[in-house]
Design a protein around this ligand. Structure first.
Ligand SMILES: [Zn+2]
Ligand SMILES: [Zn+2]
Length: 348
């Protein structure tokens, strides 16, 4: 290994010390002694991944988020990929506006008065109180500068992972066509998003097109990788984001090493089952982490539900607050619970 690389890795280790940071770096030729940086064990060698840059080892199951299978291509450990990821997106309004393709004419500036923000909030609050269990639109942060910081944090994460921003499901040539997304195919049926909730979802989308985003900050955690925090208080039942990405047939993705694939349709005929793959096109949803649903502490962290809805005949996946979330709390939902629950159970 070239010495500049080694130096870079060492510097990184000093910046983010870990319990095992003092352990010697594994020699290039000495894979037999490979061990996991996280748990210190060399057991389960078949599930011990070696970083293509620094050669240090990590168990698939010791990584956060856990990797489900050995990646096909090259793989960089959290430390090495961290280096690349730490390049922050410039906090320049025009660049952020272009990156997210926000409608220029209505981009909020510092001139945007807080009054108009308050008006918007009040009107949504009014509608909400009329009926129980209605979904709520998110409340953007009032400070436009803070909103730009939130967007820049997402742009940083998207750039680092090579993801192009898209806030809608995408249908690419060679993958599943849009006509394949029929909620009626779902085995056992799918709950229909009410007319009012559909309007709320649409208004969330148009707010985002104007640059009024959910109050979320993407941060980098050395254990969890990118993760998302509430940047202001978020009320129970608030729509956080739609889960988006490229729609594809599950059968095309069976050997995929993407760890952020999401079920879109679980069809009676498995060949019609669809998944969302946010690795090429996506939004903030892909950076929201899953809880460990095997521990009581993990379950306590959950503050979002992932729910699939029939929206005008097509399936859409929404991440919704399932309790009040204080500012600064990280967002989590249950990756595994999804397949075993009827969507309607989330709200009863
Ligand atoms: Zn391990
Ligand atoms: Zn590495």
């Amino acid at each position: 290994m070239a010495s500049p690389t080694t130096k870079m890795v060492l510097r990184r280790r000093t910046q983010a010390p870990k319990p095992l940071a003092e352990a010697p770096i594994i020699d290039d030729e000495d894979y037999g002694d490979a061990y996991c940086e996280r748990c210190g064990s060399g057991d389960y060698a078949a599930e011990l991944l070696l970083c293509d840059k620094c050669d240090r080892g990590f168990h698939l199951f010791c990584l956060r988020p856990i990797l489900v299978s050995v990646p096909k291509g090259s793989w960089l450990c959290p430390c090495c990929s961290n280096h690349k990821k730490l390049r922050s997106f410039p906090l320049v309004q025009t660049k952020i506006v272009d990156f997210f393709r926000i409608q220029r004419s209505t981009v909020p500036t510092k001139k945007l008065s807080q009054d108009s923000q308050k008006k918007r909030k009040r009107s949504s609050t009014l509608v909400v109180s009329k009926k129980r269990r209605k979904l709520l639109p998110f409340n953007p942060s009032e400070d436009p500068t803070r909103r730009l910081e939130q967007m820049a944090s997402l742009a940083t994460a998207l750039m680092a992972t090579g993801t192009e921003f898209n806030n809608e499901l995408t249908y690419m040539p060679g993958m599943a066509p849009r006509s394949a997304n029929r909620a009626a195919l779902e085995q056992g049926g799918m709950q229909v998003l009410s007319k009012e909730d559909t309007e709320t979802l649409n208004s969330c989308k148009s707010m985002m097109e104007r640059g009024e985003w959910p109050p979320l900050m993407v941060v980098f955690d050395s254990q969890e990788g990118f993760t998302v925090e509430a940047d202001r208080f978020i009320k129970d039942l608030t729509i956080i984001t739609e889960y988006v990405g490229d729609v594809d047939y599950l059968k095309n993705r069976e050997n995929d090493d993407g760890d952020s694939m999401m079920t879109l349709i679980s069809a009676a005929d498995p060949s019609q089952s669809l998944v969302i793959c946010p690795d090429k096109h996506g939004n903030i949803a892909r950076f929201i982490n899953g809880i460990n649903n095997h521990t009581p502490d993990g379950k306590k962290k959950q503050n979002l539900k992932c729910v699939r809805f029939d929206v005008n005949g097509e399936c859409r996946v929404l991440l919704i607050a399932n309790r009040d979330i204080p500012k600064g709390e990280r967002l989590y939902y249950d990756y595994n619970g999804y397949e075993h629950e009827y969507p309607t159970e989330h709200f009863v």
